[in-house]
Every structure is written in C-alpha cells, then in structure tokens.
Ligand binder design. Structure first.
Ligand code: PLP
Length: 452
C-alpha cells in the first residue's frame, strides 16, 4: 500500500517527501538507521531541545542525531564559531590552528589520551584505532563484544546483529557476518565476547592472545543494551590484556558524553587507544583516534613513512574543529552535573511509573543517556535484550505513543538528553510513559503473563 493511502494527513509533507526519496535512494533513505513507521519524519529545523518537522509538528528531541547534539539544536557558541569560520574558509590542504585548539581540549580532559588524530566519522576513528593496534603489535585479530555497534569497519561489524538461532554457545559466541558476502577471513579474525561474562571473556582473550592486536570495547555499549559494566569485567579483561600485550581500545564515540573525562574514566577503564566522535564535533562530522604517546607513535611520519599512514581530504577540516571546540568549551563539570541530575530524574521517574503499575519494564543508563527495556529485571548482557515478538511490538507502540505525545524517542537505542532541556521537559518523558502504560493495559498484561 503506498504510504500516501494511510490517511495520515498531519504528516502529508513527510509522506510526500518520502515518495520522492524512493525514486532516488534504495528503500527511500540514505542511512540504514533512519526510522520509519511506515515513513520517516522529515525535519525542517531544530532549536534547543526541540525539532520541527516539515508538517509543522514540534517534538522534544531525545535522539539528537544519535546522541551527537549534546547542546541540542542551534547552540549559540557553535553557530557563531561556524559562521566566523565560514568567512575564513571551509577547508585547506594545510593545517590550521583550530585543530590544535580542539586537540588541546580533548587531551587536557581525558586521562591517558596524550596524542590525537582527527578523522571525519566514528567509523573511521574505530578503523584507525584497530589499524593502530595492529601496526603496534604486529597481530591481526581483534576481540569485540557481541551485539555492540562500532560503525562500519568490517571487523568491528562482526556479530553486531545476531540472534538466538545463530549466536552460538554462551562460552564461545559465533562470529556472525553483518552483511552478505562478508569475507570468512574477517570472521576468523574476530573473537566475540559476551558483555559481563568475566570467565568467558578472559578465557577467550587468553586462548587467542598470541594473535590478538586489541580488545575493542565500549564501556557501556548502547545497542547491546546500554548496560553498565560490572567492575569485575573491566578489571579482569584489562589484566589479561596487559599480561599478553593486547591493546585496549575504548570506543567512546557515543559514550564520551558520560562525563567531563569520558566513559572510560567514569568506569575505571584505562585504555591504550580511544575512538571518539559525535559530541566532539559540535554537530559537524568528526571522529578522532587518540591514546598514549607510545602507541600513537605508529602515526608518526616524521622520520619518513609512518608505520600507519593516515590522511583524509576532510580530516581536521576547520569547520568541524571550531564547532567541536565551541561545544567542548561549553561542557564544563557543571554542565555535566546538570545533565546527570536530569538523567537521574528521568530514569527515576520511568522506573517508578513502571513499578507503580507492576509493568514489566526497566530502565538502564547513566548521565544523559537512558534506555527503556521491556523486562522486569535489568539485562546484564546483550543476549538478555533480545525481545520476544510481543515485547518488540510493545516497544514499537511505545515509540509511536511518544511521537503522539510530541517526543522523539529512538527505537532500540539510547535516548539522550541535551543541555537546554529543563526539568519540565524531562518530566514530560515520565508522563508520556505513564499514559502509555495506562492505554496499553492489555499489552502489559500479556507481557506480564509471558514473563511469569
Ligand atoms: C559506539 C559507536 N561507535 C562508532 C560509531 C560510528 O560513528 P559514525 O556514525 O560517526 O561513523 C557509532 C555511531 O553511532 C557508535 O555509536
């Protein structure tokens, strides 16, 4: 049925844009992550914590371009920095002082990050971190967490999407291809570990130690559930990695927003390399690979050819540099406290709304991030986040309900707050959840019976 037949008059401009898009993009979209039910919502503008779509509907934005816009939309200092840089020039083949300013801001606040190289996306940051680990150790394999998302570099994509029929034994998760035609060599070179499985993870790391260049780990992988790491996990995997010379790469592309110093510091992880992105570009495309001076030495080409040459036409482009610097300068310890307070408030509200109604939902997250799960008990690892058909339906209905309540809630991913949000804004999230549970009593009963 053409979407135009659904009669959704209030979305008529989004529907018509989608019809046009279908003739130029495969499936009508330019990113696999675009949500549509059944059509995407085309946005016209954003201001602060809110966005307005092409039909004039206004929403509280809990997506913020997949957690990028920590200051929301149209943040004054970022807009001004971009406008000034536009006049001065958008890109050059020579370095600019803007890149040093952003690097200083990052190196000063992240313990263990002494040197950095800028790229354009989180995918590239992860890719160069993995290549740096290979160049440094001379080993080919990587270890990664099942269900964790790290962008689009092949090895990092292994077992990004997996399910019970194919994910293998609990003590030896299968390396599952992400796309048709993924080379078998990539699968052979990727060791998959389960999050918070201390014994299994340490065993697999030791077993493959001679060939492992790195452990790629997001301290709180969002797509794998936004579940906190148990302290024993990070201690144990760090010890094995140190013992065997396996480098630790922290993928903080998303979770750098967890604190002033980032996520590793918050969770007690001491990585050799970091992959950053999203918030450090202030809303413009960016990625960064950083780490201790010794390991980052693989990028050093001053004596001739670097062990790992890294270029990129738009790497360190001054627009992203100045926007990122303006965003980070405004992210003071006080700003993080504000986000932490708002985050605690929304997580507490959601949990108490579920408890008061005996509804089988829980919430995970820290800082400015949260994720609602259709489970009574918070999951400990990715496998516990794979939902039954009725739980999936409930989550989809929840997103639709939020939309009707004027809130954009991402599906199956972390929702995030932004600095312009107020207590009144975040209280709407708890209220929308309460009205969803009231409206969906039958569905909730069904989930409760399933869980019993
Ligand atoms: C943890 C993590 N790593 C890497 C990436 C890839 O970043 P990008 O989309 O900028 O390539 C993402 C993107 O969502 C991410 O969340």
């Amino acid at each position: 049925m053409p979407v135009a037949d659904t009669g959704a008059d209030k979305d008529k401009n989004s529907i018509s844009a989608f019809e046009r898009a279908k003739s130029v993009f495969p499936d009508g979209t330019t990113r696999a992550t675009i949500e549509r039910s059944p059509y995407p919502r085309y946005l016209a503008s954003g201001d602060g914590a809110y966005v307005t779509d092409v039909d004039g509907r206004r929403f509280l934005d809990l997506n913020n371009n997949f957690t990028t816009l920590i200051h929301g939309h149209g943040f004054g200092p970022v807009t001004e920095a971009i406008q000034a840089q536009l006049q001065a020039g958008t890109c050059f083949a020579n370095p600019t002082e803007a890149e040093i300013a952003l690097a200083d801001l990052i190196c000063d606040r992240v313990p263990g990050l002494d040197r950095v190289r800028f790229v354009n996306t989180g995918t590239e940051a992860v890719m160069f971190a993995i290549k740096a680990a290979r160049a440094f150790t001379g080993r080919p394999k990587i270890a990664k967490i099942e269900g964790a998302y790290h962008g689009a570099y092949d090895w990092a994509e292994v077992s990004q999407f997996t399910h019970p029929g194919i994910w293998g034994m609990p003590n030896k998760p299968a390396s599952v291809p992400y796309y048709d035609g993924m080379p078998a060599s990539v699968l052979d070179e990727t060791v998959v570990l389960r999050f918070n499985d201390v014994a299994g993870a340490t065993h697999l790391l030791s077993e493959n130690a001679d060939e492992l260049a790195c452990l790629l780990i997001d301290p709180m992988p969002s797509r794998a559930g936004l579940i906190p790491p148990e302290p024993a996990l990070l201690d144990a995997v760090s010890n094995v990695c140190r013992e065997h010379g396996i480098l630790i790469i922290a993928d903080e592309v998303l979770n750098f927003r967890q604190s002033y110093e980032g996520a590793s510091h918050r969770h007690g992880l001491e990585p050799d390399l970091f992959a950053l992105g999203k918030i450090i570009g202030g809303g413009l495309p960016i990625g960064a690979v950083g780490g201790c001076a010794e390991v980052m030495g693989v990028f050093d080409g001053s004596g001739g050819r670097a062990r790992l040459p890294q270029g990129g036409t738009f790497s360190a482009n001054p627009l992203s540099m100045v926007a990122g610097a303006a965003a980070l300068q405004a992210l003071t310890p006080d700003t993080f406290e504000h986000l932490e307070r708002l985050g605690d408030r929304v997580r507490r509200a959601l949990a108490s709304v579920a408890n008061e109604r005996s509804a089988p939902f829980c919430v995970t997250g820290v800082g400015s991030l949260f994720r609602i799960h259709p489970n009574r008990v918070p999951p400990r690892e990715f496998r516990q986040t794979v939902n039954s058909a009725s739980a999936q339906k409930a989550m989809s209905q929840l997103t639709d309900h939020f939309l009707e309540a004027g809130i954009l809630l991402p599906k199956g991913a972390a929702a995030c707050l932004s600095t312009p949000m107020t207590e009144a804004d975040v209280d709407r999230i708890g209220e929308a959840f309460a009205s969803f549970l009231e409206k969906s009593a039958t569905l909730v009963r069904c989930l409760n019976e399933e869980a019993a």
